[in-house]
Design a protein around this ligand. Sequence first.
Ligand code: HEM
Length: 204
Amino acid sequence: MSDRQLRDEVTTLYLAGHETTANLLSWTFYALHRRPEVIARLQEEIDRELPASLPTLDDLKRLKYARMVLSEVLRLYPPAWTIARNVVEDDEICGYRVPGGAFVLLSPFISHRLEEYWPDPERFDPERFAPQSGKARHPFAYFPFSAGPRVCIGKHFSLFEAQLILSMILREFRFQVIDHSRIGYRAVSTLRPDRPIRVRLTRR
Ligand code: HEM
């Protein structure tokens, strides 16, 4: 690698790897705060599966419900809400003419709300990601990490990271979102909440 490429690779890793997972966790607390039944099930799983020490990768793999919850948060609040591509040559996709040189935006935020793939799309429901339940779904109905050769390199890392942080917080604390009014979207390079999501923690 040239020095320039090395710098660019490191910058990409920092930028792509930091804010995305941070947003995922912020939205997770927001999505959970009015769903005591989901929090109770998460805490039951954590108490059952996690050792008192620092969890290992194998421990995290047993947190299946936590993974379902995070997947559902990534459906409704995909931090990479839009993915851009330059079209190299004229093409036709599903009857749409796509001219060479055009700039195409794919949006997980929109696709993840298409009624034909996601019944009652605005409803937060981790059961959509229960084992087997996605088998019949179109493979590109859900792409929070993009897909194909440029799929997110941090896909598995970020899910383990989020699972680790979420489970360690919920193992020790109850939480309460302080300001209950609706949080809006701030869709910039990532999908941010339009104001901070403040949470009060109390020991369990
Ligand atoms: C919830 C967390 C994350 C989400 C939603 C996410 C989403 C994405 C998406 C959609 C892309 C494809 C962008 C495109 O094709 O234009 C991407 C690429 C990338 N992501 Fe992530 N990402 C996350 C976490 C991470 C983490 C933790 C790292 C690094 C440790 C990371 C590193 C990268 C890199 C380096 C690329 C560029 C890969 C390439 O172009 O070949 N991401 N990410």
